[in-house]
Design a protein around this ligand. Structure first.
Ligand code: PMP
Length: 404
């Protein structure tokens, strides 16, 4: 059914060594490795198809355009968008979030309007709202969490006022692994006449995400975290909202007609895609989405859930271990500190054993403050992570611990 050894053969990098030891790559929340077919699709497109999309009448341009637009349909199917017009290609989650913070604010928000974000957000879902606040005097309110790392739904509901217009929350925390109840949060937002954006950077790679089932108004994710290339990402937005939002950037692709007096914009989604798109990246992203679909998102989720639970149990048994985020059903991320070992020391020494983890604030400094720490170590899993790799991590931590 889900044969991890066969799956791992699809990822050439997993066979390499570092410092003469087998690579144990546990930094998947930062970026995932690429299956052979994704890289080969890019090479093949550059070697055999490459031409700029949309504007050319010639054969190659048509072929590249077909691949690019087929990729949009693949993304729409993958997240269950009602129409491909709702799929905007961006450089990644960060750009998608900046696009919404800019264009949604211009269309729908006024001075004094309120945006709710949560204490566990990535900086990419904090700073764009602060920039919008500086520009137009928005009010940012923060949804708190419980000590287990769960969204405090009661407090969430109490934050709403008639000025609350938009909620922006991570589907899955990149530090705590908490899977937030976004369906419920969407219902509550909509009851109060607000919209909701779900940052899917850490959910789309791990389980099936259906925008219609969640009921979100916007969803963002990055290609490189879902086994696709870097530099490509997605903004899903409900058509009725995207229609009313002004362009984010100006230039080629996004215009219908330009004169020095007046410019009219292209239809959706092109209105938001200024300049030559990363058409090789979109095609390769679609290949990655087809790859995970073929493995089955439910199988991937099942595998990663079992692995996360196993890791939490094994790591909890290490003396001095402090685990951050213990919500039931947490997904694919384990953040921790051991005794008073600095996470940077821990990460550096584990690296020497061939084990790649991430250390620091994980682009979530307000969350670090909430947890009362400067930083954490973080191991994060992917569809190819094995129990043996978790064992290597646990043994590695134990070895490092004994050095202090
Ligand atoms: N949101 C979350 C929850 C993330 O984990 C990340 C990446 N760590 C981002 C946003 C930003 O993604 P990107 O750097 O690909 O734009």
């Amino acid at each position: 059914m889900y044969d991890i050894d066969t799956v791992r053969q699809d990822f050439p990098i997993l066979a390499r060594e570092v410092y003469g030891r087998p690579l144990v790559y546990l930094d998947n929340a930062a970026t995932t490795q690429k299956p052979r077919e994704v890289v080969e699709a890019m090479v093949q497109e550059y070697y055999e198809v490459n031409a700029n999309v949309h504007r050319g009448v010639h054969y190659l341009s048509q072929q590249a355009t077909d691949l690019h637009e087929e990729a949009r349909r693949t993304v729409a199917r993958f997240i269950h968008a009602a129409s491909e017009a709702e799929v905007v290609f961006t450089r990644g989650t960060t750009e998608s979030l900046n696009l919404v913070a800019d264009a949604y604010s211009r269309a729908f928000l006024h001075e004094g309007d309120e945006v709710l974000i949560s204490v566990m957000e990535h900086h990419s879902n904090i700073v764009p709202w602060q920039l919008a606040r500086e520009r137009m005097g928005l009010v940012i309110k923060v949804i708190p969490m419980t000590d287990e790392g769960e969204m405090d739904l009661q407090a969430y509901e109490q934050l709403f006022t008639p000025r609350t217009k938009l909620v922006c929350v991570a589907h899955v925390s990149n530090v705590l692994g908490t899977v937030n109840p976004v369906r419920k949060m969407a219902d509550i937002a909509h009851e109060h006449g607000a919209h909701i954006l779900v940052d899917g950077a850490q959910s789309v790679p791990h389980f099936s995400v259906d925008v219609q089932e969640i009921g979100c108004d916007f969803l963002t994710f990055s290609g490189h975290k879902v086994y696709g290339p870097t530099g490509i990402g997605v903004l899903y937005g409900r058509e009725a909202l995207l229609e009313r939002m002004p362009p984010y950037q100006g230039g080629g692709e996004m215009i219908a007609r330009v004169s020095f007096e007046h410019t009219t914009y292209e239809r959706l989604p092109f209105k938001f895609e200024a300049g030559t798109p990363d058409y090789v990246g979109t095609h390769a992203l679609a290949v990655a989405l087809d790859y995970v679909s073929r493995l089955g998102m439910d199988h991937i989720h099942h595998h990663e859930q079992a692995l996360t639970q196993y890791a939490m149990e094994q790591m909890a048994a290490i003396p001095g271990m402090h685990l951050y985020g213990t919500a039931p059903g947490k997904d694919a991320v384990v953040a921790f500190n051991v005794g008073d070992i600095h996470p940077l020391d821990l990460g550096t020494l584990l690296d020497r054993l061939g084990i790649a983890i991430r250390t620091g604030h994980h682009c979530a400094q307000p969350l670090m403050q909430r947890c009362g720490v400067e930083g954490m170590a973080r191991a994060s899993f992917a569809l190819y992570t094995t129990r043996a790799e978790v064992d290597a991590l646990v043994q590695g931590i134990d070895r490092v611990r004994k050095m202090f």
